[in-house]
Design a protein around this ligand. Structure first.
Ligand code: NAP
Length: 389
């Protein structure tokens, strides 16, 4: 494998740090050319000292730089993601920022003809059509490789399918920490309860999304775009151990699955080294030691996120963008204890209900739908906060 130059947007996050771990394991295979962070400036400075990129960016804005990190080019502010993606001299960009802010970087990278390694699911949920219009289909020379473990699993199963069409995509879901909670129990949970994922160690937003199953809702929409799936072809299967990362069913009855221990370094390394396979540092899977694997159907009544994702897909237009924006706002409000955990789905549903069908046929239309949804969700959050007081 020839050395690949990588830019990492969101290098201080859970995915970004694991990607840098893979770079450290394979200094002969990867060269870091650009890094970005939002609020963790000190962590970024450490990364700059260690990986010596040509460009570094702080998207939260300008601040004084220590003497020993001034050797690289610095960008400041929200537009840094698109600046890096369009200007830096790199082969692949790992987009691992959290939230719809990632969309600008994904679009800029694709317009520059670069390979995108996509962890950031919100970009695809909000602007799926815009992103996929810039990505010619194909597994041999891909424009975009998913990093999400479920989509990486499906991608690998489809590679093995050698072009044969699939019947169904089956996304596995751990079910999160509240899988067995009643609605009454879920009404009482606090942010610290939702931030304890049974299997994965991830950033705060995706951990809350996993608890509400909005993470799976976003992944349903992600799968629709990545694999050109119809909503009826995507299913969710609860699998608490997170060993089977997802499955693909074919016409002849065969079902392919991809398995591994829950360690994001495996799908990150798969994307970074594609089409080659490298050591990711993940421990080997020993099924004999695990004994049994458990599967069950999701409970859509307790976790309405799955129904909302299917409805948003069927409604089309900017519905998925609205769902994402309202969810981002609601998760933030839950983490700052302004609303209850069980309010999250209600706020998303009410925002979708109030905004109806907005268009999503241009970047401006997507950004406008996102802005309107955030304003509406915020209004609903304030109303609920006042009702509780
Ligand atoms: N973690 C996982 O295992 C996992 C698995 C599958 C998919 N994903 C997806 O990958 C993405 C990142 O997840 P994560 O768990 O790594 O999140 P995280 O730990 O919260 O990290 C998020 C990264 O984005 C940066 N960031 C935050 N707000 C930003 C903003 N407004 N503008 C630009 N950058 C911003 C953060 O910078 P600072 O830290 O400097 O503030 C950090 O580098 C999410 O979309 C998530 O759904 C994650």
């Amino acid at each position: 494998m020839t050395k690949r130059r990588i830019a990492i947007l969101g290098s201080t996050g859970s995915i970004g740090r694991q990607a840098l771990d893979i770079v450290s394991r394979h200094p002969d295979l990867f060269q870091v050319v650009a890094l970005s962070a939002h609020s963790q400036a000190e962590t970024l400075f450490e990364q700059v000292r260690r990986f010596n990129p040509r460009i570094a960016a702080l998207t939260s804005g300008e601040r004084p730089l220590p003497e020993d990190v001034r050797g690289c080019q610095w960008y400041f502010g929200a537009e840094s993601l698109a600046r890096i993606a369009s200007q830096a001299d790199y082969d692949d960009v790992l987009v691992s920022v959290v939230g719809m802010v990632g969309l600008s970087g994904v679009l800029a990278a694709r317009k520059a003809g670069r390979r995108v390694l996509l962890a950031n699911k919100e970009a695809l949920v909000a602007g799926g059509q815009l992103v996929m219009d810039l990505c010619p289909p194909g597994y041999m020379d891909p424009a975009l490789i998913p990093v999400d473990s479920e989509h990486s699993a499906i991608y690998q199963c489809l590679m093995a399918a050698a072009g044969n069409p699939y019947e169904r995509i089956i996304l596995t879901a751990s079910g999160g920490p509240f899988r067995e909670y009643t609605m009454a129990q879920m009404r009482k949970v606090k942010p610290q309860d939702a931030l304890k994922h049974p299997n994965w160690n991830m950033g705060a937003k995706i951990t809350v999304d996993s608890a509400s199953m909005f993470n799976k809702a976003l992944e349903i929409i992600e799968a629709r775009w990545l694999f050109h799936a119809l909503p009826g072809q995507i299913e969710v299967l609860v699998h608490p151990q997170s060993i089977v990362h997802s499955l693909v069913a074919f016409r002849d009855g065969a079902v392919l699955a991809q398995l591994g221990l829950p360690d994001m370094r495996a799908p990150i390394a798969f994307a970074m080294a594609y089409p080659e396979r490298i050591d990711s540092g993940t421990a080997p899977l020993r099924l004999d030691r695990l004994g049994t694997l458990h599967f069950e159907a999701p409970d859509v009544a307790r976790f309405p996120a799955l129904r909302l994702a299917m409805e948003a897909l069927l409604n089309g237009g900017a519905a998925c963008c609205i769902l994402n924006a309202a969810n981002e706002m609601a998760v933030e409000a839950f983490l700052s204890e302004r609303i209850r955990f069980t309010d999250i789905a209600g706020i998303v549903e009410d925002t979708l209900g109030r905004l109806g069908r907005l268009p999503a046929d241009s970047l401006d239309a997507v950004l406008e739908a996102d802005r309107m949804a955030r304003a509406e969700a915020n209004r609903l959050i304030v109303k609920r906060t006042l009702e509780e007081a």
